[in-house]
Structure formats: structure tokens, C-alpha cells
Design a protein around this ligand. Sequence first.
Ligand code: SF4
Length: 336
Amino acid sequence: MNPNPHILEPGFPLPLESQPVCSAQTVIWAERKSPVLSSSSLACLAHIPCVNLTSGCAHDCIYCYARGYRNFPGYNKIIIYKNMLEKLKSELIRKRNKPHAVYFSPSSDIFQPIPEVLELSHSILEFLLSKDIGIAFLTKGKIPDETLDLLINHANIVRAQVGIITHDDNVRKMFEPNAASIAIRLKQMAKMASGGIAVEGRVVPILPGITDTPDAIDRLCASISNSGIKRAAISALFLRPAITASLKQRILDKGILDDLFSFYKDGKRLAVHAGHSSVIPLSQMRREEIYNRFRQTVMKYGIDLSVCGCMNPDIGGRCNITGKWPKYGLQPGLLD
Ligand code: SF4
């Protein structure tokens, strides 16, 4: 019996190969005019060129911060830039120095369940890796086998973060409806780690009252550890107008919604290290409590934990979002 009727019971295990069911997406093809290699306003991405393959993201996470961005194309719309690879090649040829690594993707996922996106991702990764340019990525998607093999074949210059906020696929379905199942993500994490890729779990956002209970944290940490992953980063959900609107629209159980928002009633606006943005966070005390709960739990599983300092400037931390590289910036040598 669930003592809190609004908290979902752990789901039945899903078959490992089950695919996310992607709600209908309108794919819009466009010419990319602005540079492919761009900079992110997030402080921890300031020293690495970033690439967004699409505007909009088919994973449709209902807490997605990118919903508030100016270039967000609207619900269930994905803009794919057809000239992406050619433009990237010409940008790199024009550079006197090539970057050590490129980060995918600050405001979309590189492995969305849309064949055209996955084909484009593969060709761009293949090109960059063939030029010895490292890849750092964060995904909640199912990586096609061929692309996974490509990444493992270049494991020494690949850094992966896998977004995983819960062990419970029922919670995942509610908050990340089109992203890969938890079973698929864990399986991929294990495969990448055993293939030599530096992999971390990214537990962002932690949902207060839903994924921050001692039991939920313990099960998640156990799952991450069982996949052979020994590093994780955490940060709690924050609210912005677009996120609040999305949660109100998509969480149909008013009890769950009211419980979730009740944690933010006294939230005071916080300037974060992301351009000039500010958010409504959980109180600092509440976040400290949650992060301490994680800190205590990970000790049991030998996981090295860090807090995202960009979104928690009042607490501090460094979440290693791009992975560790010998040095950021440029390495000598024109591309041929
Ligand atoms: S995977 Fe990331 S970018 Fe895509 S919808 Fe989810 S939070 Fe947004």
C-alpha cells in the first residue's frame, strides 16, 4: 500500500528492448544560418564549443528548461537543420585551430527518437571523431547500436553523461514521456562504461516529494552503481514560467501537481550561472537536505557525487558536465 497516494509505486520491469513511444512530432526542415559551433550561457560550458542539432526536442520532458528559450519552436515541433554537417565542416576548415572537444547539446538531445535526427547525429559524430575531436554529450535517449559502437571505438575521446532522475519507469513516463526507458539507459551506461567511455549519471532534476525519498534515492543509486557507474551529478528542480506552465498542463493528477508546487511556495528568486537568468528554486535548506540524503546514500555504493554549481550558486559545486579533458580551448593543426 502506498502511504502517499500521489507518489507512484515502482513500476513493473519493462523488457530491456522496449522503445520509447514518441508522441507525434512535426519535423520541420530548415537551413541553419547561425554558426553550428556556438557558446552556451551556462558557466560550466563556457570553455567548450556546443552544438544543438535541433531546435525543440522530441523527448518532451515536461520539466525541460529549454521550453522557455526564444528559439523553442512549440510543443511537438522539431526543427532539423539540413545543412548542419556541411556548415560544421566549413566552420572547422576556416578555423586556424580545432577544438579539443565539442559538447552536445545544451538545449536538445543528440539521440532523440527520430530517424533523421539519429542519422544526422551519427554523421556529425563520425566526422568529428575522424578528426580526433573529442565528444562530450548528455542524453536521455536510446543510442543506436551503430553509434554506440562508433563511440566505444573512440572511447578515449568520448565523455558521456546519461540523464537519469529515477529508477521507476512509471515516474519516467510521466516526466520524460518520449525518452528512453530506464532499463535501456542503464543498459547503455553499462555498455559504454565497459567499453572504456567515462560515463556519469546526471540526476537532474530531482523532483521534491517524488524522487527525493530515501527509498527512491537508494534504488536509483543502486541502479546506477549496478551499471558500473561511479560518478553522478545532482540538482533539484527549479521553476521558471515556461516550466510551471508545462507542469500544469501535463500533470493531470491535481494532487501530484499541488504536492509538487507546495515545495516552492516560499521560494525566493535566485540568480543562476546561466547568462542573466534567475529561477525559483527550492529553499536552500531544503536543497541541502536533499543533497545530503544523496551524499549519505552514495557512500554505500561508492559513487563520487557532485552538485551542479551553476544552478546552485548559493551552495556551490562543480558537476563535471563536459567530463574531464586535458585542457579546454584549441589544439593546433588545421583540418584537412
Ligand atoms: S532531453 Fe533535455 S532537451 Fe530534451 S526535452 Fe528532455 S530536458 Fe529538454
